[in-house]
Design a protein around this ligand. Structure first.
Ligand code: ZN
Length: 143
């Protein structure tokens, strides 16, 4: 069945954006904009960059299988969990919307943060070893 775009979807996809938003606008819509019932805000007609970008991503993104943890629990502004590796930091559309990327289990910053912490821990271990060596050598010098 061909996808018939709703007015909201057309409005989102034709909303003027720069950068990532402009790229998303050039992609083929895979589904209509689908907001969860009870969501107070709307990306339609909004000037908020994260709203527009997230809504475009929801329309053209890949369906995440399995979905991220909060989307699987039916949280967030959009129905379903759609994302793309090189857009919005890899998070699903609903968590980019309004700026909550760390809530999405696809957030790639988590991996970077973990690698950073591991490097710091390794450095600290090295410093501790050096300090012990220095203390031992000082003790020997004192006799
Ligand atoms: Zn998700």
């Amino acid at each position: 069945m061909p996808l018939i775009l709703t007015a909201a979807t057309t409005s989102i996809m034709t909303a003027v954006s720069k950068g990532q938003g402009a790229k998303l606008s050039r992609m083929a819509p895979l589904r209509n904009l689908n907001m969860r019932a009870g969501v107070q805000s709307t990306p339609v007609g909004s000037n908020q960059v994260s709203y527009k970008l997230a809504a475009k991503l929801q329309v053209v993104g890949n369906q995440a299988e399995p979905p991220c943890t909060p989307c699987a629990a039916r949280k967030g502004p959009f129905v379903g969990c759609t994302r793309m590796d090189n857009f919005c930091g890899g998070v699903s559309a609903g968590w980019y919307y309004g700026g909550h990327p760390t809530r999405c289990s696809f957030w790639q910053g988590r991996r970077k943060l973990k690698a950073n912490l591991q490097r710091r821990a390794d450095e600290l271990q090295q410093i501790t070893r050096m300090r012990k060596r220095m203390m031992r050598s000082e003790e020997r010098e004192r006799g």
